[in-house]
Design a protein around this ligand. Structure first.
Ligand code: SF4
Length: 213
């Protein structure tokens, strides 16, 4: 069994229904939720987007709003000054440049305020079901721990390595499973190594075991 098969056999058993945990009902709501999720948990984003999309129920109402008013609602997710400006600007640009529809092209998405490569890729896989492997903090950490990427690799190198190693047809599921694995088991601090059957592949576990000898 290859390393990839071993990892995803386990993840298929452990997280068969891994999915995006951001709440949304419209394309622009997903885009805004992903923009707000930078350095914030999905749970904290869901709390503020509920109020945000109730207060401003259309893209036009968001585009016509004042960043200071948005900031009051999204304050708890952090970086709220920048994020509130981006929410208003990207809403305006979606209306002005894209007829009010979130574009599927990565370049078009990345031309919007506050939208980087990871955000664009999340929208592409979640809304448009285009095979991508967005690399967030969880995906980067667990990929390096499991030896799918090297410690010194930057985010784009990790993405390219995962894209080469994981079969295209399971990239979307793999993305969600790696996030769940990092979020609930292979945590940044205090990973639950006792429950993990991937110890023999893990660089961190080997180092911890050597230290404790
Ligand atoms: S052994 Fe621990 S650190 Fe290594 S992959 Fe498993 S949970 Fe993560």
């Amino acid at each position: 069994m290859t390393k990839i098969e071993k990892i995803f056999d386990f993840l298929d058993q452990k997280f068969p229904n891994a999915h995006c945990e951001l709440n949304y009902s419209k394309d622009y709501e997903l885009l805004i939720a992903v923009v707000l999720s930078a350095q914030a948990t999905d749970k904290s984003v869901n709390l503020v987007t509920k109020k945000l999309f109730e207060t401003y129920p259309t893209l036009l109402s968001l585009a016509s709003s004042h960043p200071e008013d948005i900031e009051k609602i999204i304050h708890s997710v952090g970086l709220s000054k920048t994020k509130s400006k981006n929410v208003v600007s990207l809403s305006k640009e979606l209306i002005d440049r894209f007829d009010g529809k979130v574009p599927s092209s990565r370049l078009d998405l990345m031309s919007l305020p506050g939208v980087g490569r990871k955000t664009a890729n999340v929208v592409r896989i979640e809304y448009f079901k285009i095979p991508e492997i967005p690399v967030d903090t969880h995906v980067e950490r667990v990929s390096k721990r499991l030896g799918l990427a090297k410690e010194g690799d930057d985010v784009l190198e990790v993405e390219n390595k995962l894209r080469r190693k994981i079969p295209k047809e399971r990239l979307i599921k793999a993305h969600h499973q790696l996030i769940f694995f990092g979020r609930y088991l292979c945590k940044s601090q205090n990973p639950l190594c006792k429950e993990c059957p991937l110890k023999d592949l893990c660089k961190v576990y080997k180092k911890l075991a050597l230290k404790s000898k």
